[in-house]
Design a protein. Structure first.
Length: 257
């Protein structure tokens, strides 16, 4: 893990990159910020979370860090030990956690942990969609006030530019840099179930309603049909080994302060 603070003093904000080592957009965004003449008015901490996996170009070494919080220092698994250290870095700060993804439909924000403060914070990303993953549990922002963002497709260089734009917007909306911003009133997509399956091609579209009986995935002559209407989120053909993605319902917008 690599930790770096811009500015002096005790940071109230933490920007996290590379919880998944091969999702580098947040790290690029941080380096662009550092190389620019934009200086936060209060100290901001940056954490390159899974430095080992990042250097190897892996998503993770032993376990998914995003599922390992709050971790255990005595574990034999790299990410479980790392989760305990990361947890200490995040506690007491407000967090934005940058990811990229195999699934289409980016960018959007993700909240976990069912807390109102994190939902309000999602407005500072300026994004129009928030996926509420509280139903599943886990995620590095589950136990803190924080929001994750999925910036773009893995291999798309644009993900780093999107991450940089979201980072600047977030810092401005939180009063850390002086720059125009407009907090969004994002639509909430609440995950209520996952869609298990191995080797399926996802044939619907993320965030577009799938009707009852509609085919949303195919594999060698078999199909998956929607048992009831739902909105696909983080669904893809190659994103996960054992699931197509997640089923969500729309749950209104986040507005007000
Ligand atoms: Zn990720």
């Amino acid at each position: 893990m690599h930790v770096e603070t811009l500015g002096n003093g005790h940071p109230e904000y933490t920007v996290v990159a590379c919880v998944h080592g091969d999702e580098t957009c947040g790290w690029h965004a941080f380096n662009r910020l550092k190389a620019s003449d934009v200086t936060p008015q209060a100290p901001v901490k940056f954490v390159l979370a899974n430095e080992r996996a990042f250097k190897l170009g892996y998503r993770f070494c032993d376990a998914d860090l995003n599922r390992a919080m709050p971790g255990d220092e005595t574990s034999e698994k790299h990410e479980v030990r790392l989760a305990a250290r990361l947890h200490r870095e995040l506690v007491g700060t407000t967090v934005i956690d940058f990811h990229s993804t195999e699934s289409r439909g980016c960018p959007y924000a993700i909240v976990t942990g069912e807390d109102a403060a994190s939902r309000r914070l999602a407005r500072s990303t300026g994004l129009d969609r928030v996926v509420d993953m509280s139903h599943l549990g886990g995620g590095v922002t589950e136990h803190v006030t924080g929001v994750a963002v999925e910036c773009g497709y893995h291999d798309d260089e644009d993900a780093a530019s999107v991450a940089h734009r979201i980072l600047l917007h977030f810092l401005a909306a939180q009063g850390l840099i002086d720059r125009p911003y407009a907090r969004s009133t994002p639509e909430v997509y609440e995950v209520f179930d996952d869609a298990p399956g191995r080797g399926f091609a996802f044939v619907a579209q993320n965030f577009r309603r799938v009707e009852e009986g509609e085919v949303f995935a195919r594999k060698e002559g078999t199909v998956r049909r929607a048992p009831a209407p739902f909105f696909p989120v983080l669904m893809s053909t190659h994103g996960y080994d054992d699931r197509i993605g997640f089923m969500a319902r729309r749950a209104g917008r986040i507005d007000g302060e």
